[in-house]
Structures are given as structure tokens and as C-alpha cells.
Design a protein around this ligand. Structure first.
Ligand code: HPA
Ligand code: ZN
Length: 330
């Protein structure tokens, strides 16, 4: 079954490219860029990956990405991710990045845009994996800064499949970003947002009503609100759930306690993702395998979950049909 899950054709929709930075690559890029890391070795850094919650993860996540300085660094980061994703038979990936986390370190917007664009093109020609780019705003920073980033990203609008919203959720409700998301909508840029990861179910409703998003990242806290669950079911809003992420950030004590089975039972449009695979126990295959161990789902359910991901991906109609055909033939 593990081999079957690894080979199952999949689409990954919730993936922070900066969260794919493995400790070994962090050390390699630190050396290249003359940065001294506060750890003895990659192994020592790996043992520091023990999180109490989202905030304690984000501290290490933002610290880790300091080694990303040149286009070459971002390019190699993304290529390493794509290579691992291809090994998990990920056919398509919607990858997000955090421009503000780089701008505050003096890294121009052009650096991640050009490097990621090149990696996306090269990964597709080398391995056949398609991808789309999500530009995420950090919700724990001022909305005016996000608006400024949206304006400055204009030269790359044709490269952006969507804007997103991530970072520390509690205390930073979606309504804070109403004007930014309105501006994205005016520019015909689709919108997604993290909601209901650590924050309350009301943030999910806010993301739908105020930000007019087409997908919810995480969304697991919807389960606290029966009326919202009914709405998510009726509208079939895609929820990009990240099972291992929720365990590593202590959203649940054990995967067995996760609301995923209840969400499926309720008829929600759920798909599985890895979020930050370098920090949360690995990529897509590991997430699928962990769900099999915890819930003992059969191949029909895993095919349904993979199909849900393909349906909700930022891919062309042609590409989507191709991926569905591969999934059906599996
Ligand atoms: N949640 C919120 N923000 C993030 C995450 C996450 O899991 N990963 C990277 N930024
Ligand atoms: Zn995320």
C-alpha cells in the first residue's frame, strides 16, 4: 500500500517553497553565502525542529530562509523540491512564496520571481511536472505593506496564479486584508487564504465573505461550526488540508485525533498537502502514508482525495484532464 500511495498521481496545492528547505541545503547555502548558522550541523538543526505551535515553527522557518540570498539559491531550492515531488508522483504543484520575508532582508522582488519562474519552467521540461505560483502575504504584518507588494509585483502578474495569506493567524483576521484582496480581485488575480488552522471557524467565513477566496488553506477548524460545515459542503469549497503539519504544530495530539475523517464524512471537498515538508515529516507520499496508518482508508478514498486536489489546482483545462486520465488509469 505504501508503494501504491507513493505512485498515486497527485496534485499538491498547499506548499510553501521556503518550507522545503532541508537542513543539509540550509548549510550548503549558508556556506555559499558566508552565513554562520547557530547550529553545529544539519543533524543538530534537525533536532531543533520540535514545535509547540505555529509561532514556534514560524520563528525557525523565517530564520532558516535567511540563507536564501541569490537567484541561484531560490532556483536550487525549488528544483530540489520539484525533484522530490516528482519521486512522489506529484503531477502538479501550486507553490507559494512569501515575498515580504525576503524584502525585509533586502532581497528584491525580482529575485524570487525570476528564480522560481526559471525552476518551474525547467522542472516541467525535465520531469513533466506542471506548477503555478501563489504570492502570499504575511498576515502578521501591516496590510499597507501587502498592498505595496501587490503593486510592486505588477511586472509579474502574468506569473501569479493567485495571492494567498499566511503566517501567524490568531489576532490577524482576514478582514484586515479586505482592501488588498479587493485590489487583487480588481486585477483579476484569484485569491486563497490560510484560515482555521489555529484561528477560529469565523476566520474561514471571513476569508470566504470578505476576501472572496476560491480555496481555503487548512480550514480544519470548520468542524467547530456545523453551519459553516454545511456551507462548505454546499459550495464545495476546496480545503487544502495538511495532516502532518497539523500534528507537528500540535493542532492535534495524534493524527488519529484529526478531524479529516469527520470532514470527509460531512461531504467536504478535502485534499491532502505537505505545507512545509522539510519541517513536518516529509512530502506528499508521507502525508498519504500517515493517513493510511491513522485511518486505514482504502484506495477509493485516496483516489478521491487525489482527484479533489487535481480538480482544485491552478492548472489549465487540458492539463487537468490529462491528470484526471492518469489518476483514473492508476
Ligand atoms: N501556517 C501559516 N503560515 C505558514 C505556514 C503555516 O503552516 N507555513 C509557512 N507559513
Ligand atoms: Zn501553509
Amino acid at each position: 500500500m505504501q508503494d501504491w500511495l507513493k505512485g498515486l498521481p497527485k496534485a499538491e496545492l498547499h506548499l510553501h517553497i521556503e518550507g522545503t528547505l532541508e537542513p543539509e541545503q540550509q548549510f550548503e547555502l549558508a556556506r555559499r553565502n558566508g552565513i554562520t548558522l547557530p547550529y553545529e550541523s544539519a543533524a543538530a538543526l534537525r533536532t531543533a525542529y520540535d514545535f509547540a505551535d505555529l509561532a514556534s515553527f514560524l520563528a525557525l522557518y523565517y530564520q532558516g530562509m535567511n540563507v536564501l540570498q541569490q537567484e541561484r539559491d531560490f532556483y536550487e531550492l525549488a528544483m530540489a523540491y520539484f525533484e522530490r515531488a516528482v519521486a512522489d508522483n506529484v503531477l502538479h504543484a501550486d507553490i507559494s512564496f512569501d515575498p515580504q520575508a525576503h524584502l525585509v532582508r533586502g532581497i528584491d522582488l525580482a529575485v524570487p520571481f525570476e528564480a522560481l519562474g526559471q525552476a518551474m519552467a525547467d522542472a516541467e521540461s525535465q520531469w513533466g511536472i506542471s506548477s503555478a505560483l501563489i504570492m502570499s502575504f504575511m498576515r502578521d504584518r501591516e496590510a499597507e505593506e501587502a498592498m505595496d507588494v501587490l503593486r510592486r509585483a505588477e511586472p509579474w502578474y502574468d506569473r501569479i496564479a493567485a495571492v494567498g495569506l499566511d503566517s501567524a493567524e490568531v489576532g490577524n483576521p482576514p478582514e484586515k486584508f479586505a482592501a488588498v484582496f479587493d485590489a487583487a480581485k480588481e486585477r483579476r488575480i484569484p485569491r486563497v487564504a490560510h484560515a482555521g488552522e489555529e484561528g477560529p471557524a469565523s476566520y474561514i467565513r471571513g476569508a470566504l465573505d470578505t476576501l472572496d477566496v476560491c480555496r481555503i488553506d487548512h480550514g480544519v477548524r470548520c468542524i467547530d461550526d456545523a453551519e459553516l460545515v454545511e456551507r462548505l459542503r454546499r459550495e464545495q469549497i476546496p480545503l487544502t488540508v495538511c495532516p502532518l503539519s497539523n500534528v507537528y504544530l500540535k493542532g492535534v495530539a495524534r493524527l488519529e485525533d484529526h478531524s479529516l475523517p469527520a470532514m470527509l464524512e460531512a461531504g467536504l471537498n478535502v485534499n491532502l498537502n505537505s505545507d512545509d515538508p522539510a519541517y513536518f515529516g516529509g512530502g506528499m507520499a508521507n502525508n498519504f502514508i500517515a493517513c493510511h496508518a491513522a485511518f486505514d482508508w482504502d484506495t477509493t478514498i485516496f483516489k478521491q482525495l487525489a482527484g479533489n486536489g487535481i480538480n482544485a489546482a491552478f492548472a489549465s483545462d487540458n492539463r487537468r484532464a490529462q491528470m484526471h486520465a492518469e489518476l483514473e488509469a492508476y
